[in-house]
Ligand binder design. Sequence first.
Ligand code: ATP
Ligand code: MG
Ligand code: MG
Ligand code: MG
Length: 562
Amino acid sequence: MAQVQRMSQLMIKTLRDDPADAETLSHKLLVRAGYVRRTSAGIWSWLPLGKRVLDNISRIVREEMDAIGAQEVLLPALLPKEPYQESGRWEEYGDLLFRLQDRKGADYLLGPTHEEIFTLVVKDQCTSYKDLPVMLYQIQTKYRDEARPRSGVLRGREFQMKDSYSFDVSDEGLEESYRLHREAYQKIFARLGLDYRIVSAVSGAMGGSASEEFLAPAAAGEDTFADCPHCDYAANTEAVTFALTPAEGEHGAVEELDTPDTPTIETLAEHLGVPAAATLKNLLVKVDGEIVAVGVPGNREVDLGKLGEHLAPAEVELVTAEDFVGREDLVRGYVGPQGLEKVRYLADPRVAPGTAWITGANKEGKHAKNVVAGRDFEVDEYVDVVVVEEGDPCPQCGTGLVLDRAIEIGHIFQLGRKYADTFQLDVLGKEGKPVRVTMGSYGIGVSRAVAALAEQSADGQGLCWPREVAPAEVHVVAAGKALQTELALEVGERLGAAGLRVLVDDRAGVSPGVKFTDAELIGVPTILVAGRRSAEGIVELKDRRTGEREELTVEEAVGRLT
Ligand code: ATP
Ligand code: MG
Ligand code: MG
Ligand code: MG
């Protein structure tokens, strides 16, 4: 787009009515204001104004990633099956993965995230500890066949993600790469003008390596987080998931398993011979009639409880809702970041009170996501399963917790050696011996951030962008005939020459009323109107957010804005 974009030449069709299927504010407004159009479920086309916002966000992300020394690359989105098969994710991802075949019948996938491929690139490029640390990133289209693509670009099946990966020889190195990313993310989201919180995410609460999410509070968010009004505790309620109280001395079990030393729930499930954990949100297994293990797919570490004592797969079965009858002790209590105290249950506001929301097998042994007891199988008695409720005591300081909805806009993760183990990613160490590399991965939902910003900043009139991401900085409206249009274009050119990004509504045959409505809907932060007093060289300057307006001479207005 040109620095000065004339609306008479811009491909834009604004809509007065909300799209029929739209539930969230951002979905409604981004469609109505002509930023995006739906091509298919969860698949979106970005129109000129939307592309501008997307590019502005990408530019900010690039600048901050470059500033911490990360190098930009671009890996393919169309990927061969083999690396994902080796890591286990070809299976684990289940229905989330878009799979396809080439003309010879070879299997491919459309990348949902790229840990495998980056590991292989670094294995090829880096051979010595002197080549590390290295941080790589890309801004790329990702594919996930989401079960419920909804809310417009908030949850797409095709979406833009900035994903980066760090490679270090030592744990201290990984911590430093993680810290650098965390700080870069803070700068990025501050520059984007997003209100956000950093919260502990699933793996952190499992007592494993650090994982934190960046959440943007918004009613349309699909995540719930618990926030302490008194101390710095904040956690995604996803982090509040099943876990058992490990009795003293039971942690030795890990070594007895013939799995990598930091087993995932998937490797655990495989080891136990229980059905693929990919279909499960949480995995609970029962050994000799006792519930002993819990975990979340994708988690680096699993609380193995007493599992090490019971290695025969035949003795292991998945837990069903019946197992919870009369066992309130299993589904109540807290786990703080300090460690596991009691069994926790995934608190999900979509689950009606009085229903046990158990993930696992039903009576026929069929596995489902989000199995709802009572709907998917019968139970004798319901157990009330909500762990984190509004007002529950903060695990750190005891103050009543506040629950809020939010949009996950970023996620940073210390992966450790999981992928390096899979692909034997070693470099030659200082002592001349091979050293296994340790990794981090870090994501930002670039297209989701557009929707998150829209959610947080829109008002009754329409979108309302922060300046740095807005499709233009000034929206000049020609409210009248030839005289007004001439003045509007002249002011637009002057602002453009001064380096501002300007949108000029010079459309002929469109009433001032319609132009004002469109300007409010499109949401450029400053609106400059050439109207009634154009002959005197007087224009009106309006702040989109506050609605404050002021009459100024053209000179004053240009001076004010440049
Ligand atoms: P969610 O919990 O919303 O499904 P996720 O935890 O699966 O997200 P990650 O694997 O952590 O997502 O991916 C990194 C980032 O990519 C997320 O923090 C989010 O901002 C973005 N993202 C993930 N899935 C989508 C999607 N379907 N549409 C748009 N952005 C997405
Ligand atoms: Mg997801
Ligand atoms: Mg998530
Ligand atoms: Mg995530």
